[in-house]
Design a protein around this ligand. Structure first.
Ligand SMILES: Cc1cc2nc3c(=O)[nH]c(=O)nc-3n(C[C@H](O)[C@H](O)[C@H](O)COP(=O)(O)OP(=O)(O)OC[C@H]3O[C@@H](n4cnc5c(N)ncnc54)[C@H](O)[C@@H]3O)c2cc1C
Length: 570
């Protein structure tokens, strides 16, 4: 591991150069370096994850936003959100966003992946074909505080011998029994679902997180532990930014080859070469950003920025898809909420000590203990008059992340509401030809009015959920900013004022079928009309899944590693 670009790095040629040591990049680094004949270099812009305590304590994930471990991006003014600019965090650390995310472990629905298989013409991306990769990635583990978890998950759908630790919440919360009772009482949309990761997520069930023994399990902790980092054929260069890829046959006719990588750290520039492939794993923002700076994108747009076009691939940076998110909260007749940890330093110290000494307690938990996944009703006018934005009947339109808290001023419970099958699309563009300038990120939040409808219905469904008898005497009244709003117009105005991103950008270097006229990579993740270059990360998803996006990234990377090894291993 090198902490910076300096003279100690003698080697400049490797079999594979992996750009980005994030969620996907760490998987590739591990799987490829298991083959001793491959020399591998990983280039990561951020520092090491080791010793960064707030990446280890699950409850403290949100404290990493806005720090040196975050790229600290923001969006362009969002047209459908009254011109608001919203924060757009991305992990800037080994492990990438898996080192800083909220650790939801959700696979989405079987239909999400079957849609990928359909649009790419490759059955290898179907749910059934990917199930072995979900299991290869996952190492299910007991919750941090041991208890009988029978009836809270289905062991048959999980992997027990994989890499990344997953678990049910260890610390039970005051509201958990009421959530399950509300699901049983209401049935229908909210019916209890034993395991939301079976391919059939709809209904209410227990949160599963990328947490093991009370600590975050990231791609860095699970795929790049010391014994892997110490492999003699794996080289990891930290604190170093890749600025662009250089075409080696620029002026020769035929398909350009991109095997040269330009790096920069502390003002020093350097190039390295891959003899076999460059693997771009810089994420949904970083990968299209590097492609565009390398002249791979819409030639006309690049030309107008002063970048010499190398390959005309107009889909680079287009199709940016993300999940909009907002909150609803209700005043609650309790003093037992997680917000007390924020307002009461004694309570926090006790909880922190418990985590430090035993890796237990509320700080060993993720962002909630229960989730519900809901669809628009079959007879919804939206579905009658428009194509269904979701992948199919097993995919949710929205998600309720039930939370035992929501305000530091008074006791509340509530729900994060996420539109998980959005129809809006945005773009990622360059502001200039200068690779030190951040990109223009426009997720186009709510630009398709169907997403507004789903957000409104999500709120109405949360109101139904919290008016179940199970909450009698506990939930008092809805709080601002959603309280007393009933008409579509009132709700739309509130949504436009409050929607944020839940930070799941995908699709900016999307896969398409082999000879499709659009798309950035083929189903084997090779960049179209280019040699020597694949993209392996969240940007290749042709459609967003109806769940949080780290798990599909791990699965994409696991399958990519197999494709790459099959091609090059002798
Ligand atoms: C705050 C937050 C919370 C989230 N919560 C959840 C959640 O609870 N559950 C879930 O499933 N998903 C969640 N997500 C989304 C999920 O983490 C991502 O979809 C996933 O990790 C993306 O993986 P990736 O490999 O595509 O990119 P990343 O993991 O982001 O990796 C990209 C890596 O490339 C590096 N890089 C980028 N550009 C360059 C460059 N020019 N040179 C060198 N290195 C570069 C970055 O520093 C980073 O390490 C969250 C994301 C965020 C930001």
């Amino acid at each position: 591991v090198y902490n910076q670009l300096d003279a100690s790095i003698k080697q400049t040629t490797f079999d594979f150069v992996i750009v980005g040591g994030g969620t996907a990049g760490a998987v590739l680094a591990n799987r490829l370096s298991a083959h001793k004949e491959f020399q591998i270099l990983v280039i990561e812009a951020g520092p090491s994850n080791q010793g960064v305590q707030n990446t280890e304590v699950p409850f403290l994930w949100s404290t990493l936003i806005g720090t040196e471990y975050d790229w600290n991006f923001t969006t362009t003014p969002q047209e459908a959100l009254n011109g608001r600019i919203i924060p757009y965090p991305r992990g800037h650390i080994l492990g990438g966003s898996s080192s800083t995310n909220a650790m939801f472990y959700t696979r989405g629905s079987g239909d999400d992946y079957d849609r990928w298989a359909k649009v790419t013409g490759d059955t290898g991306w179907s749910w059934n074909a990917l199930v072995p990769y979900f299991k290869k990635h996952e190492r299910w583990s007991p919750p941090a505080e041991p208890r009988n978890t029978t009836g809270e998950f289905d062991p048959s759908v999980h992997g027990f011998k994989g890499m990344t630790l997953t678990s049910l919440p260890g610390h039970l919360q005051a509201i958990d029994n009421r959530v399950i009772a509300a699901a049983d009482e209401l049935g229908g949309d909210f019916k209890f679902n034993l395991d939301m990761n079976s391919g059939n997520p709809l209904g209410t069930g227990w949160f599963q997180g990328t947490i093991g023994h009370g600590e975050r399990s990231s791609s860095a902790t699970s795929y790049l532990p010391d014994d892997v980092l110490n492999r003699p054929n794996l080289h990891v260069l930290l604190n170093t930014k890749t600025t662009r890829l250089i075409a080696s046959s620029y002026f020769q006719p035929g398909t350009p080859t991109f095997k040269e990588v330009e790096l920069s750290s502390n003002g020093i520039r350097h190039t390295v070469r891959a003899t076999k492939e460059v693997l771009l794993s810089a994420g949904s923002i970083g990968s299209p950003y590097i492609l565009l700076h390398s002249g791979i994108g819409d030639s006309q747009e690049l030309h107008s920025l002063g970048i010499k076009p190398a390959v005309n691939l107009p889909s680079v940076g287009k199709n940016l898809t993300d999940h909009p998110f907002f909150n609803v909260t209700f005043r609650a007749n309790t003093t037992d909420t997680v917000d007390n940890l924020i307002t009461n330093s004694t309570l926090f110290s006790e909880a922190f000590n418990e985590w430090l000494t035993e890796r237990k307690g509320v700080l060993a938990n993720g962002a909630g203990n229960n989730i519900a996944w809901v669809r628009l009703p079959k007879d919804s006018p939206v579905l009658k008059n428009n194509p269904d934005p979701s992948a199919g009947p097993r995919s949710a339109h929205w998600e309720l992340v039930i939370s035992n808290g929501g305000s530091v001023e008074e006791s509340r419970v509530g729900s994060g509401l996420v539109v998980v099958s959005p129809a809006s699309r945005g773009t990622l563009k360059l502001a200039s030809s200068d690779p030190s300038e951040p990109p223009l990120i426009d997720p186009g939040m709510m630009t398709n009015s169907i997403d507004l409808t789903m957000a409104r219905e999500a709120l109405r469904s949360a109101r139904r959920f919290f008016s179940a008898h199970a909450w009698d005497g506990y939930v008092m009244s809805e709080a601002t900013p959603t309280a007393n709003l009933t008409t579509d117009e009132e709700l739309d105005a509130m949504i436009r004022d409050n929607i944020m991103s839940i930070w799941h950008p995908v699709g900016t270097a999307a896969m398409s079928a082999k000879h499709a006229k659009y798309g950035v990579v083929d189903p084997d993740l090779k960049v179209k009309n280019v040699k020597g270059l694949r993209v392996v990360d969240a940007s290749v998803m042709p459609f967003i899944i109806s769940g949080h996006t780290q798990t599909p990234v791990y699965v994409i990377a696991e399958r990519a590693a197999d494709l790459i090894i099959k091609e090059w291993h002798r």
